[in-house]
Design a protein around this ligand. Structure first.
Ligand SMILES: Cc1cc2nc3c(=O)[nH]c(=O)nc-3n(C[C@H](O)[C@H](O)[C@H](O)COP(=O)(O)OP(=O)(O)OC[C@H]3O[C@@H](n4cnc5c(N)ncnc54)[C@H](O)[C@@H]3O)c2cc1C
Length: 458
């Protein structure tokens, strides 16, 4: 059996001071070697494990036959963002996690092959115009993240006039404002989204539903037969400790948005500076924390460390992201729980943290962090809080009868909310999850809404 191909990476010494992409993609030889490892299983478990059900063995076979354009079309039928997903999906928990080959050897590198095809199609401008026949009905989408985009493409293909309303001044949700450039170049996001416009989807930016327009207005005054809410979980969770409002304390979403969407890393060319200083503390152990830490390093901080209340084994971030962070010089201050951010003259100066020890296993299967009553103070210049996100309550607060749970997630049956004709999916329903899960929700919601409209209006 041929070994799994290794993804070529930008040199670790060089890359932590630039924003260009870390993972460079397979060359054609690697693509063929990797594709040749697929066993073409009769009952492909990889397809079942993919939330959008891409026909993986088929596109891999087409790669081996050098039919790259056909292979791309195979993916595109089920996934409108292959270049994005090939880069950011946690494949180890999805398609690759269930690859039979992974039992005895290493699984096929499906994500890298998907990325190759997505990029091939962008490079060679391969895109088949679809012949869509309008069915006379209109639907609206709130949010242009992966859930909203996937929904829009699926429902538009069924003939619905589809309008997306996006609060920000650019489209893509977390793909645009959250995931850093060096993991997901914005040019890739932009090009894949642009293709959706050619399907006839109407994009409306700078439109906050709940402020510019309400859900009620969209349904009553704009004649939409149904509405899909895909507004994500963009509200940062706070630590609720003293000092959180000092200058130099950021929430990861705000920090990453300034850097990505507002291009702070190109200051002064783009007028949004982000001041980080020499020593940066990032609180949290997930993917968002790793992204924030790696961005802070690239902005020029000398010492960037993760402050996390458990140990290295319990970090919720993807293994690959942790490895990349370590390679780039990010330090890990573990078993520490922040209790105060200390400042002077409104500026952050230090973080005080309680030293923890590992206790019994908790429900998540990880050792519970137990307070020891001992504390440590570390001098810092800025602090980035990355301990999770929740849905923004604006839609709940402005939409009568829209039921949400205690965490402000919209409650649904299937994808139907408590209001007839209003559906929801993605992070706004599940809480923070993954790109491909949000896309899967968008795709399935389109089928459900199509049925609802046909049953209700014909
Ligand atoms: C920093 C970061 C890194 C991540 N990295 C990965 C990764 O590597 N791999 C992975 O699979 N997942 C990753 N995730 C998670 C993943 O990005 C999300 O699960 C996914 O984007 C959710 O998609 P969504 O469409 O539901 O919401 P979002 O992507 O959040 O999109 C929601 C959109 O709705 C808009 N919106 C919100 N409210 C309104 C309103 N009232 N009116 C109009 N528009 C509105 C928002 O501006 C946004 O554009 C990451 C998340 C973050 C924050």
């Amino acid at each position: 059996m041929t070994n799994r191909q290794m993804m070529p990476l930008q040199d670790k010494i060089i890359r932590n001071s630039n924003f260009t992409e870390v993972a460079l993609g397979f060359d054609l030889k690697q693509v063929h070697l990797e594709a040749s490892r697929c066993l073409d299983c009769k009952d492909p478990r990889c397809v079942k494990a993919c939330p959008v059900k891409i026909n993986i063995p088929k596109f891999i076979k087409e790669i081996l036959e050098e039919k790259y354009e056909v292979a791309y079309q195979t993916i595109y039928e089920d996934n409108i963002l292959p270049s994005v997903c090939g880069r950011v999906c946690p494949q180890e928990n999805q398609c690759e996690g269930d690859c039979i080959l992974g039992i005895k050897f290493e699984s096929v590198s499906i994500g890298a092959l998907e990325r190759f095809l997505g990029d091939y199609s962008l490079k060679h401008q391969i895109f088949k115009q679809e012949n869509i026949i309008d069915n006379g009905h209109k639907v609206a989408v709130i949010g242009s993240g992966p859930a909203g985009l996937s929904f829009a493409a699926s429902i538009r293909r069924l003939g619905y006039k589809t309008d997306i309303y996006e609060a920000l001044h650019d489209y893509g949700g977390v793909l645009r404002y959250g995931i850093p450039e060096f993991r997901l170049p914005k040019a890739v996001v932009g090009q894949e989204i642009q293709r959706l416009e050619s399907l006839g989807i109407q994009f409306n930016k700078n439109t906050i539903i709940g402020k510019t327009l309400t859900v009620e207005q969209l349904m009553k005054e704009y004649d939409y037969k149904a509405l899909f809410i895909a507004s994500g979980a963009g509200l940062p969770r706070s630590l609720n400790i003293q000092g959180e409002n000092l200058n130099g304390v950021y929430y990861a979403n705000e920090f990453l948005t300034r850097v990505n969407l507002m291009k702070a890393y190109q200051f002064p060319k783009h007028p949004t500076p982000v001041k980080v200083g020499d020593t940066v503390c990032v609180v949290g152990g997930g993917n968002v924390a790793m992204d924030a830490a790696r961005v802070a390093k690239r902005l020029g901080s000398k010492n960037v460390f993760i402050l996390y209340r458990r140990d290295m084994n319990a970090l919720p971030a993807r293994k690959e992201e942790v490895e990349h962070a370590v390679e780039e010089g990010i330090e890990f201050n573990l078993l520490l729980n922040p209790v105060e951010i200390i400042g002077k003259d409104y500026e952050v100066q230090a973080v005080k943290a309680e030293i923890m020890e590992l206790g019994e296993l908790d429900q998540s299967g990880r050792h519970r962090p137990m307070p020891t009553g001992q504390f440590k103070t570390i001098k810092i210049d800025s602090c980035i809080i990355a301990i999770g996100q929740s849905p923004n309550p604006i839609l709940k607060n402005t939409t009568k009868d829209l039921k949400t749970d205690k965490k402000d997630r919209i409650m649904v049956k299937g994808y139907q909310t408590s209001i007839p004709g209003v559906f929801a999916g993605g992070d706004i329903v599940t809480g923070a999850a993954t790109v491909i899960e949000a896309m899967g929700a968008g795709k399935c919601a389109a089928e459900e809404i199509d049925k609802y409209i046909k049953d209700t209006f014909s």
